[in-house]
Ligand binder design. Structure first.
Ligand code: PHE
Length: 469
């Protein structure tokens, strides 16, 4: 890919109003940078922390299959729609949807599809940064050799020790929040572009290396069987909802992130091609993470359904045994933190862009307001593991409830509104111009999927869960 669509070409070359508006907001300096940023948003804790543990909890292969189906039939079409709305609306998600509704002569109440996403992203970020804090605290723990020679029990105890200490969780979460806000405060482009060029390839290489190590030392075949041979008897209605929710979570959909990133995308970049590549990179990273972790889970007699601590308990055992494990492990957690940061940035950008564009706040003020609110909200997640562990709502802690509500309900709901808006409210010709798919057949396929397939699939999953079908 080239740098042809640079900021100069995108802003000075064209005379349209749309292009001039974007000049004030700034654009990615090339389509390659957009690809990196979108991949940076997609690849994060969802792939490396969440995917393995929910796969473990939901029985493996059949769950993975449903999840892959959701990526293909719901995730990719919606990803394209979100990026398209952002690029044509050239505003924060709320403003972009409102503008496009006006353009279509429709009720601007559709903007709820935008602001609900921003709100969802904000809520997710409040617990996301706590988990990123776990990874951060594991950097010094790993580097100092604490894990050398530990087995499953000892590693589990070390992790529980971390969860039991509100102070450590708060310090680490605050550091992650501060780093996120600092980067967002300086403008997403400058902060992100530099780190992404090295991070993504680095993370990939390290993961492949870990898969290799796990293949040699762990129960690789058992892991492959667990991940890729579907056992449908293990699948429940809730697992299907979780697979759907995770497809949203991992592709950063229904949270305003891809819309706001799309709003910085230069004209002329192929939305379809980029979206497919982002989804592919994201899926590959998740599957690699699974293939690195499950051989170790089975090799060390651990429980695949152990829950959110899975990678923090299993991987350190491997780092404690392999040659140079301290360094490799330290590097792994550094990368995990950076991967989490690039996602956290995209989680915070929609609400910050919203505050600056809707209420005229300066970027600094917006960062301070949202940083403060996030910090307070994140305490609820921190205390879920210690002080408030016994306070449960429907059998879930605050942390689990927030995760369940946002990922499995709010994101699909926001996504549903977005596809309905795109497929039924926007004019077909406008969408055709905005998405820029030149191949007629491909456009039709996407358009049909978006209008009928995607909304139907989401509604069916909702109905199925509520026991109606
Ligand atoms: N996709 C990110 C991950 O997998 C999380 C995320 C969700 C980021 C929603 C932005 C918006 O870790």
């Amino acid at each position: 890919m080239t740098d042809k669509s640079s900021i100069a070409a995108g802003t000075l070359g064209g005379a349209s109003v749309r292009t001039q508006q974007s000049a004030a907001r700034g654009l990615w300096s090339s389509r390659w940078v957009f690809f990196l940023a979108a991949t940076g948003s997609a690849v994060g804790l969802g792939n490396i922390w969440k995917f393995p543990y929910i796969t473990g909890e939901n029985g493996g292969g059949a769950f993975v299959l449903v999840y892959l189906g959701c990526i293909l039939l719901i995730g990719i079409p919606l990803l394209m729609a979100e990026v398209m709305i952002g690029r044509r609306g050239r505003q924060n998600p709320d403003g972009a949807v409102a503008r496009l509704a006006r353009e279509a002569g429709a009720n601007t109440k559709w903007r709820v599809a935008g602001w609900l996403g921003g709100l969802t992203g904000f809520l997710i970020l409040s617990f996301y940064l706590v988990v990123a804090g776990w990874a951060l605290s594991y950097i010094p723990t790993t580097l100092s050799g604490t894990f050398s020679g530990v087995g499953g029990d000892a590693s589990g105890e070390l992790f529980n020790g971390l969860l039991a200490s509100p102070m450590r969780l708060i310090v680490c979460g605050t550091l992650v929040l501060a780093a996120t806000m600092l980067i967002v405060g300086f403008g997403v482009r400058g902060g992100l572009e530099r780190s992404l060029r090295f991070l993504m390839p680095g993370l990939f290489v390290l993961l492949v290396g870990l898969v290799g190590y796990a293949a040699v030392t762990g129960e690789f075949l058992q892991a492959l069987e667990f991940l890729f041979v579907p056992d449908f008897s293990a699948l429940t209605a809730t697992s299907v909802l979780i697979a759907l929710g995770h497809a949203f979570f991992t592709l950063s959909l229904g949270a305003g992130a891809m819309m706001v990133y799309g709003s910085y995308l230069p004209e002329g970049t192929s939305i379809a091609k980029t979206s497919v590549l982002v989804a592919l990179a994201d899926t590959v990273v998740a599957l690699l993470a699974g293939m690195a972790i499950f051989p170790l889970v089975f090799g060390n007699g651990l429980e695949p359904g152990a829950g959110p601590g899975l990678i923090f308990v299993t991987l350190p055992i491997a780092f404690g045994q392999m040659p140079l494990g301290q360094v490799v492990g330290g590097l792994f957690f550094v990368m995990l933190v950076i991967a989490a940061l690039t996602s956290a940035i995209s989680l915070s950008e929609p609400s910050i862009a919203w505050m600056t564009e809707r209420f005229g706040l300066s970027r600094l003020k917006a960062v301070l307001v949202s940083g403060g609110l996030l910090w307070v909200l994140s305490l609820g997640s921190v205390f879920s593991f210690n002080l408030w562990a016994d306070y449960q709502l429907f059998g879930k802690t605050f942390f689990d409830s927030l995760d369940y509500l946002t990922t499995n309900w709010l994101m699909p709901l926001g996504g549903l509104m977005t596809v309905l808006f795109t497929g039924w409210v926007m004019k077909e010709q406008t969408v055709r111009d905005a998405i820029g798919i030149r191949h007629g057949g491909l456009f039709r396929a996407w358009w049909l999927l978006l209008r009928f397939g995607t909304p139907l699939a989401i509604v069916l999953v909702f109905l199925n869960l509520s026991g109606l079908i």
